[in-house]
Write a protein that binds this ligand. Structure first.
Ligand SMILES: *[C@@H]1O[C@H](CO)[C@@H](O)[C@H](O)[C@H]1NC(C)=O
Ligand SMILES: *[C@@H]1O[C@H](CO)[C@@H](O)[C@H](O)[C@H]1NC(C)=O
Ligand SMILES: *[C@@H]1O[C@H](CO)[C@@H](O)[C@H](O)[C@H]1NC(C)=O
Length: 556
């Protein structure tokens, strides 16, 4: 009785969800995010942590507007979190022991309800691993007096490095209405290294004034690749040496407030050759006074790609073009190795009400509503396509986010190019509370299933786990990806990473054998999501701990 009822329920749900032929689709959820989701990070198989600024958002907690929340992917509903410090324009990442750390933020006081908040400028906000699927009892830990950054940082970036710690890069000390006028041109770490003394950076100096939210990546040898403005370097954490690399070509700038985005393309065994892709932004002199800029200035179509090897650097950046100009695009990995390009506009800049001709408060206009896919191993000129892509019902401009979910679709939220919460029929780009998923075609067909996987996987080991492969799949092509889903803030996914693992199916297709990356330089020790893609049909993921799960610093 019960099982037939369940089967009927599943069929009915499946029939309601499936379009006539499986294709990509946008799905606007019935519940809203309650806060503007201007930062987003997946913190468990079922939960996404959102941050906004201290503001007058509708979601309430302890008698005030919340500016943190947990989005439950199972129910598509939100729960408020009480945040002590102002997380506006912060960054974050997961540590080797699974804790999420959000860093930096807004130094200003919010004159609303409540009227006063502790300064978030040196904020450190820790969300410990949460075992409750719905987030019950899971809270943020903050102790601003005793636990804070060494330097004040607004608009910084942060990534997990080879020893499982966070490296924290750049930012500004004060309110940056547009470009960086009081820079924090230094690096620091959490937990601290060097006795907590920040390391000055000549690269960040050179990248002024548009060097906010630097795009930074842990290379598979443990060094850090960085892009800010049109400057690029490799930074060696162990020797402290910055090695300048070629500029982004053609006067294009790619970091806040002239946001393009960047991504580390998937790393594959045996060589894990790193390639960086940088897309969008604007070809403009970064010193132009903002009142001479317009929300109608056309962004660039340019994507620049470089292999970060001696030969690749000698060849330099290879230019290709998106289907449209994009400012504030987001680049996000798919488990099959493609890259989603979404969000942002065709014209203008990031930041709020600071250019000569804004649209309302928005420095950008002409929302790009159709995502594209970038296929890294296709021939140049044939890599970018929007064939079969739907049109977003919601514009996602400044302060919007997107993340791949553990289920394999994309969660898209936020957008607020306004100083505070602004809604109403006459506002072109209001504070956006609608939450959307972008669902790939494989969400509507029978999918592979990964069975039980050990909760911790050691580096350089081979594991065999049970799998279920749909009968209709020939299983000619098997991909197993180990992914960090990144921290989405300001058109950048700090820490996002996809490492393919050597893998094979057993002849009876009931078990999958795969080999983990050799060390924490290839995949910094910490949480990871494992996806199996069979003939381009991707499973839901299994969340595991790559490495020991020790607190940082750890080399295993
Ligand atoms: C919220 O406000 C109500 C009414 O003013 C008060 O009774 C209650 O104690 C407050 N709760 C908190 C958590 O401050
Ligand atoms: C990078 O920016 C600097 C400073 O604006 C400029 O002098 C240089 O020509 C730019 N490089 C390229 C390749 O456009
Ligand atoms: C992980 O490590 C950080 C830094 O040492 C610490 O603050 C946090 O509490 C640790 N988390 C767990 C779950 O032990």
């Amino acid at each position: 009785m019960r099982s037939s009822f369940l089967a009927f329920g599943l069929l009915a749900a499946g029939a309601r969800a499936a379009p006539a032929a499986p294709g990509w689709r946008f799905d606007v959820k019935a519940s809203t995010s309650g806060i503007v989701a201007l930062e987003a990070i997946v913190v468990s198989p079922t939960l996404v942590l959102f941050f906004d600024r201290a503001s007058d958002d509708p979601l309430q907690i302890n008698n005030h507007s919340a500016w943190g929340a947990l989005w439950d992917l199972q129910t598509s509903t939100v729960k408020p979190l009480d945040v002590l410090t102002n997380s506006f324009c912060a960054s974050g990442a997961l540590l080797s022991n699974g804790s999420m750390v959000s860093i930096g933020g807004d130094p200003r006081l919010f004159d609303g309800n409540p009227a006063i908040h502790p300064n978030g400028n040196a904020g450190i906000r820790i969300f410990e691993p949460c075992a409750s699927p719905s987030g019950d009892g899971c809270t943020l830990f903050e102790d601003p007096e005793n636990l804070h950054l060494a330097e004040n940082r607004w608009y910084p970036s942060s990534i997990r490095i080879f020893d499982g710690s966070l490296m924290i890069v750049g930012g500004t000390h004060v309110n940056a209405a547009f470009t960086n006028v009081d820079p924090a041109n230094s690096f620091e770490f959490f937990p601290p290294k060097d006795g907590g003394v920040p390391r000055p950076s000549a690269f960040l100096e050179r990248a002024l004034p548009a060097n906010l939210f630097p795009r930074i990546f842990a290379l598979p040898d443990g060094r850090i690749f960085m892009v800010a403005n049109n400057q690029t370097i490799i930074y060696d954490i162990e020797t402290g040496v910055e090695t300048p690399l070629p500029d982004i070509p053609n006067n294009v700038r790619v970091t806040n407030p002239i946001d393009g985005s960047a991504i580390l393309l998937p790393l594959s065994p045996p060589n894990y050759t790193p390639e960086i892709l940088v897309c969008g932004g604007v070809a403009v002199d970064a010193d132009t006074p903002p009142d001479q800029l317009s929300s109608q200035d056309v962004a660039t179509t340019q994507c620049s790609r470089m292999e970060v090897t001696e030969a690749g650097i000698a060849r330099g950046w290879q230019v290709e073009h998106m289907l449209e100009p994009r400012v504030m695009p987001e680049l996000v990995h798919l488990p099959n190795g493609q890259v989603l390009i979404t969000n942002g506009g065709r014209t203008g800049y990031a930041a709020v009400a600071s250019v000569g001709q804004p649209v309302g408060n928005s420095n950008a206009d002409n929302a790009v509503l159709t995502p594209s896919l970038y296929t890294p191993d296709a021939a140049p000129g044939r890599r970018i396509s929007n064939a079969g892509m739907p049109v977003s019902p919601v514009a996602r401009m400044y302060h919007s986010t997107v993340t791949l979910t553990p289920q394999g679709n994309f969660l898209i939220a936020g957008s607020n190019p306004n100083g505070q919460t602004v809604v109403g029929p006459n506002v072109k780009f209001p504070s956006e509370f609608r939450v959307t998923t972008l669902d790939p075609p494989f969400m509507f067909v029978d999918r592979p299933v990964i069975g039980r996987v050990p909760s911790k996987l050691a580096f350089g080991r081979t594991f065999t786990v049970p799998v279920t492969i749909p009968r209709n799949l020939a299983a000619r092509d098997i991909k197993v990806s180990l992914m960090d889903l990144g921290f989405s803030s300001h058109a950048f996914h700090s820490g996002a990473r996809l490492v393919f693992m050597t893998a094979r199916l057993s002849p009876d297709r009931r078990s999958l054998t795969f080999t983990t990356p050799p060390n924490g330089r290839v995949y910094p020790p910490g949480p990871a999501f494992v996806f199996l893609t069979v003939d381009d049909v991707t499973s839901e993921s299994v969340m595991i701990m790559m490495g020991s799960g020790n607190a940082p610093p750890t080399l295993e």
